[in-house]
Ligand binder design. Structure first.
Ligand code: ATP
Ligand code: MG
Length: 223
């Protein structure tokens, strides 16, 4: 499908709510660019950049990295795709960050994946990631074709250092205290769209239908 104008979206949801998986489907179906704050940070940690080394302990402990660092990183990447439609995953995570984003761009839609915490705790501890691409697998419901290997590259999958049970709890806490206010922020702007469920495969068709309506106003009028 061809986009008719620049479309800017944010995808939110607690850690492990399926943002990575849904984002991949959105970018594939609708052709927008995707940036993930967690993937950017992990790439820095992996490449042992100065920033990565500084941020590694916060990330491993399930704490947010400083707002100014995160905002600068994301806004720099967004500037490089000024003429494209995009979807951001993992940012903004605090009201400070949403204001920083607002100062630079008008966000059209915020998709919130509303998944119960109980479901999330089970999921995160059985999750495997392909570090280079950010592709995620779950040994219970979305296993790779060959155990332990990425479907597309055949490279090994790793379990994230921050997917241990205690760290998962800390990330959920950080989400409740620091990120839930962001949902309120976008609700008050009238751009928050909530999708509730416990399974990504059941949530996805609703997200897809919603975006089809958003992204093809012409077809909408004809219908
Ligand atoms: P999932 O990837 O399953 O959605 P998540 O949302 O907890 O889980 P990431 O988005 O990959 O994980 O982020 C991993 C870590 O990177 C966070 O716990 C935090 O330390 C840091 N981080 C990512 N995005 C931000 C942000 N916008 N602000 C501050 N820290 C961030
Ligand atoms: Mg993620």
């Amino acid at each position: 499908m061809v986009l008719q104008r620049i479309f800017r979206a944010v995808i939110m949801g607690p850690p492990g709510s399926g943002k990575g998986t849904v984002s991949a489907r959105i970018t594939k179906t609708f052709g927008l660019k995707h940036i993930s704050s967690g993937d950017i940070l992990r790439a820095n940690v992996n490449a042992q950049t100065e920033l990565g080394l500084l941020m590694k302990s916060s990330i491993d402990q399930g704490q947010l990295v400083p707002d100014d660092v995160m905002s600068r990183l994301i806004l720099r990447d967004l500037r490089a795709m000024d003429q494209s439609s995009w979807l951001i995953d993992g940012f903004p995570r605090t009201v400070f960050q949403s204001e920083a984003l607002d100062d630079a761009y008008r966000v059209d839609t915020v998709i919130n994946l509303n998944v119960p915490f109980q479901t999330i705790k089970q999921r995160l501890t059985s999750r495997w990631t392909h570090l280079a691409s950010g592709r995620v697998y779950n040994i219970d419901f979305n296993p790779p074709k060959v155990s332990g290997l990425d479907d597309e590259t055949g490279e090994p999958l790793v379990q994230r250092d921050d997917d241990t049970p205690e760290t998962v709890m800390r990330r959920l806490k950080a989400y409740q205290t620091q990120t839930e206010p962001v949902l309120e922020y976008y609700r008050s702007k009238g751009i928050l769209q909530i999708f509730s469920g416990t399974e990504t495969n059941k949530i996805w068709p609703h997200v897809e239908a919603f975006l089809h309506r958003k992204l093809s106003p012409v077809e909408q009028k004809v219908a």
